[in-house]
Design a binder for this molecule. Sequence first.
Ligand SMILES: Cc1cc2nc3c(=O)[nH]c(=O)nc-3n(C[C@H](O)[C@H](O)[C@H](O)COP(=O)(O)O)c2cc1C
Length: 186
Amino acid sequence: MKVLAVSGSLRADSYNTSLLRAAIEAAPEGVEVELFDPAGLAGLPVYDQDLDSGDVPEPVARLREAWGSADAILFATPEYNGSVPGGLKNAIDWASRPRQEAALMNKTAAVVGASTGQFGAMWAQADLRKILGAAGARVFGDELPVTRAHEKFDSAGRLLDGELFERLRLLLETLATESISVSVAA
Ligand SMILES: Cc1cc2nc3c(=O)[nH]c(=O)nc-3n(C[C@H](O)[C@H](O)[C@H](O)COP(=O)(O)O)c2cc1C
C-alpha cells in the first residue's frame, strides 16, 4: 500500500519534512511511503469557489490526483501562531471538493507534528485533525508531538531519536491496518 507523506512546511530544512523522510525509513513491510513535493502546496492558488468548476487550475488537478490516488496520507504539520500553516489549510480546502468525489473523502489519514517549542505543534495537530475530519477524511492514531525539533535531527536532517522512529513505525502500521479495513468495508 502507498502512504503519501504531506508536509505542511515549505522550508528547505523543515523538521516536519525531515520527520516524513524518517517515516520512509520506518515504514513496515508492505508499506511504501512517498513524499509529496512541498512545491505542490506552494503552487496552489488561494481557494476560490469561482475557480472550482470545470477545468480547475493545473496545480489543483495534480494535488487532487496525488492525494486521491494514495491509500492513506500521513500529514506532518508545523505550528504557526497556534494552528496549521495557511498553505496546508488551503490545500485541504481544494482537496475537500467536489464533496462526494473529493480527494480526502473517506481517506485514511494520520497526523504528526514538529515544532521548536515545548509542545510539539500540539495545537496545530489538534486543529489539523478537526479540519481533516470536516473535509471527509478518517483520522487514525494519536498525535505524535516532536518537541524541541532542533535537538531531534542532525545537520543532515536525520532523526536522532530512536523512540520517535519506533512511534512512526507503529503509526504507519495503524494507518496500513485502518486503510485495509476502510477499503474492505467500502
Ligand atoms: C510564522 C510562524 C509562527 C510560529 N508559531 C509557532 C507556534 O505557535 N507554536 C510553536 O510551537 N512554534 C511556532 N513557530 C516555530 C515553528 O514551530 C518552527 O519554526 C518550526 O521549525 C517550523 O517547522 P518546520 O521546521 O517544519 O518548517 C512559528 C514559526 C513561524 C515561522
